[in-house]
Design a protein around this ligand. Structure first.
Ligand SMILES: NC(=O)c1ccc[n+]([C@@H]2O[C@H](COP(=O)([O-])OP(=O)(O)OC[C@H]3O[C@@H](n4cnc5c(N)ncnc54)[C@H](O)[C@@H]3O)[C@@H](O)[C@H]2O)c1
Length: 205
């Protein structure tokens, strides 16, 4: 299987490293607008492109990881789907619900596989918890609480705390309970960053 990565910043480098490591997968190329990322291609002995369109058209990969900043997920992923290439989009799938829904629909129509990098589902602690819940060892779960407190990652400049961070917890809840919320109550605000929410209290029924 031929794999490629679009955006080889902090997260994309991990995708490149793992594709290069997985048996039966060949990391054929990476694309990043920054020439600095050429080092990633050199490290894994694959080709480097500054444009993802040229990369996909030339390399014709079987699967592509989309690891560009969140605000570009929709545009880049749409192109990948239109080219009929399977894709793993880093979380969150897109900046807006409408964009996310459109991507899912487009992928279905194009019959390409679309996955989202909700990495916490593969966290051994979360997997163990899921097993305990499924086996009924924790009884009937009536409430789950997640609380995250931390510095806002300086390299994230285009996503608020809900779509950048809370999506992890919401996805874990959905995964653990095997269902999605029926009601959402939320209050968010801007404490330290002016242009987007950096705190939120979210209650999911
Ligand atoms: N699953 C997780 O736990 C996790 C953790 C961190 C980040 N992420 C997600 O990964 C994505 C990237 O975050 P990051 O922290 O790696 O950011 P980053 O800024 O470190 O990397 C983004 C890279 O994309 C490149 N880029 C920008 N525009 C591009 C374009 N048009 N074409 C090709 N490359 C382009 C940049 O030059 C940069 O190298 C975000 O959506 C973020 O939410 C997920």
């Amino acid at each position: 299987m031929k794999a490629a990565v679009i955006g080889t910043g902090s997260m994309g480098r991990n995708h490149a490293r793992l594709y290069a490591d997985i048996e039966g997968v060949e990391l054929v190329a990476v694309a990043d607008v920054s020439q600095d990322a050429k080092g990633v291609a050199d490290k894994y002995g694959c080709r480097f492109y500054t444009g993802h369109k040229e990369m996909i058209e030339t390399e014709k990969p079987d699967i592509v990881s989309v690891c560009v900043p969140t605000s570009l997920h929709y545009e880049v992923s749409k192109f990948v789907i239109e080219k009929g290439v399977n894709l793993l989009i880093e979380k969150p799938i897109a900046s807006r619900v409408e964009e996310a829904e459109e991507l899912v629909e487009l992928a279905k129509k194009a019959k390409v596989k679309l996955a989202v990098g909700h990495i916490e589902r593969f966290n051994p602690a979360v997997q163990r918890l899921k097993k305990l819940i499924d086996e009924g060892k924790l009884g009937n779960v009536t409430s789950i609480l997640a609380r995250r407190v931390g510095l806002y990652p300086p390299r994230i400049r285009d996503a608020n705390v809900i779509i950048d961070i809370a999506v992890h917890d919401i996805d874990v809840f959905n995964y653990l309970l095997g269902k999605e919320p029926s009601k959402v109550f939320s209050c968010a605000g801007k404490a330290l960053i002016n242009d987007r929410e950096d705190y939120a209290d979210i209650f999911l029924k």
